[in-house]
Design a protein around this ligand. Structure first.
Ligand code: CAA
Length: 380
């Protein structure tokens, strides 16, 4: 076993840390305050090869491994979790299923511009009535010659307002439940597609989430991703990769909590000395640091298994579950160490707290992660 990063992974860490600290972090408070989509940062991330990191060079990506992706996600999330999720959706929820399930033509036409960051993608699985129960899709796709006619509503779709393409899940045979789900590549400019207003959210405000309303949308047969009825497997396998990205995001938020709390504790004077001298504070810092390391190791293990081509559903869920809960616990401690200053907007502690919460919800709630882990334990 080797805990050392390769030279390439170290280079990605240095490059993304530098970018995150110098260009993303200075904008984080403003993005949180205004909810502005950080177009300039997304453009820069594209230039740095961060929008389709694991996509091979022949399809426009840098062909890196998933550990590098986890490293980059941690660094960007440490600076701005909202900006990071724009990147994670494009990488693991859009490029990943195109790479894994797309045919040659689809890869050339859609994956290449997405991996280069010329186009942006979103992932249309969630519906008003299909959140944790992802198999109960109500959006229908009915074959009509060379097209499918699609009707339905997706909601809470990250990147929907800015996306060019959507990996869309539909029901083609509702009698078959999950075996009747089919995935498509939807051009968001198609007639009959309406994107709702971005939701007003608690945190990760730089990323926009909105509903997508589909009214008699004609999707060409050649845009079907995989065979009819394969959609649920496409969604689940995609989420196995996506959850590594969210686990890394949670590690990044937790690290922001630790680094900000540490700096504050060294500087804040009470009872004639820095509060970092008090054991009550030291224990909180020690617990945060220990849990963050454990969360990162779980995340990198899941990424390692993915890179080796070994099924990693359980390990991705373990990483996301643990890292998300570590992010929340770290955010609570960060506020506590800041005292009253942690509760006001002048300091980033309250932003970390609001940003951390989503990691326990999207790409499968913590309860769903426990279900995936338990199912794997009972199956093996
Ligand atoms: N890979 C491949 N196949 C898989 C799989 C995986 N990881 N997980 C399950 N499957 C297959 C099973 O083998 C089974 O196949 P067969 O019928 O051929 O045996 C089939 O899928 C059904 O499996 P289950 O019986 O386990 O399915 P279920 O209906 O009980 O649901 C679930 C399982 C884990 C609860 C799933 O519905 C789930 O993950 N729910 C959460 C949904 C979610 O994460 N949504 C996130 C939305 S995207 C998002 O949040 C993005 C964002 O904003 C950033």
């Amino acid at each position: 076993m080797n805990f050392e990063l390769t030279d390439e992974q170290k280079m990605i860490q240095d490059m993304t840390r530098d970018f995150a600290q110098n260009e993303v972090l200075p904008l984080a408070a403003e993005l949180d305050e205004t909810g502005r989509f950080p177009e300039e940062l997304v453009k820069k991330m594209a230039e740095l090869g961060l929008m389709g990191m694991a996509v091979p060079e022949e399809y426009g990506g840098p062909g890196l491994d998933y550990i590098s992706y986890a490293i980059a996600m941690e660094e960007i999330s440490r600076a701005c979790a909202g900006t990071a999720v724009i990147m994670s959706v494009n990488n693991s929820l859009v490029c990943e299923p195109l790479l894994k399930f797309g045919n040659e033509e689809q890869k050339k036409k859609y994956l290449t511009p997405l991996a280069q960051g010329e186009k942006l993608g979103c992932f249309g699985l969630t519906e008003p009535g299909a959140g944790s129960d992802a198999a109960s899709q109500k959006t229908t796709a009915v074959r009509d010659g060379d097209y499918y006619i699609v009707n339905g509503t997706k909601n809470f779709i990250t990147n929907a307002p800015e996306a060019d393409y959507c990996i869309l899940f539909t029901m083609t045979d509702k009698e078959k439940r999950h075996k009747g789900i089919t995935a498509f590549i939807l051009d968001m400019k198609s007639e009959g597609v309406t994107v709702g207003k971005p939701e007003k959210k608690l945190g990760i405000k730089a990323s926009h989430s909105a509903s997508i309303i589909l009214e008699d949308v004609k999707i060409p047969v050649e845009n079907r991703l995989g065979e009819e009825g394969m959609g649920f497997k496409v969604a689940m396998a995609t989420l196995d990769a996506g959850r590594i990205g969210i686990a890394a995001q949670a590690v990044g938020i937790a690290r922001a909590c630790l680094e900000d709390a540490l700096a504050y504790a060294k500087e804040r004077q009470q009872f004639g000395q820095p509060i970092a001298n008090f054991q009550a504070i030291q224990w909180m810092l020690a617990d945060m640091a220990t849990e963050i390391d454990a969360a990162r190791l779980l995340t990198w293990r899941a990424a390692y298994l993915k890179d080796k081509g070994i099924r990693h559903s359980k390990e991705s869920s373990m990483a996301k579950l643990f890292a998300a809960e570590v992010a929340m616990r770290s955010a609570v401690k960060c506020i506590q160490i800041h005292g009253g200053y942690g509760y006001i907007k002048e300091y980033p502690a309250e932003r970390h707290f609001r940003d951390a919460k989503i990691t326990e919800i999207y790409e499968g709630t913590s309860e769903i992660q426990r279900l995936v882990i338990a199912n794997a334990l009972l199956r093996d």
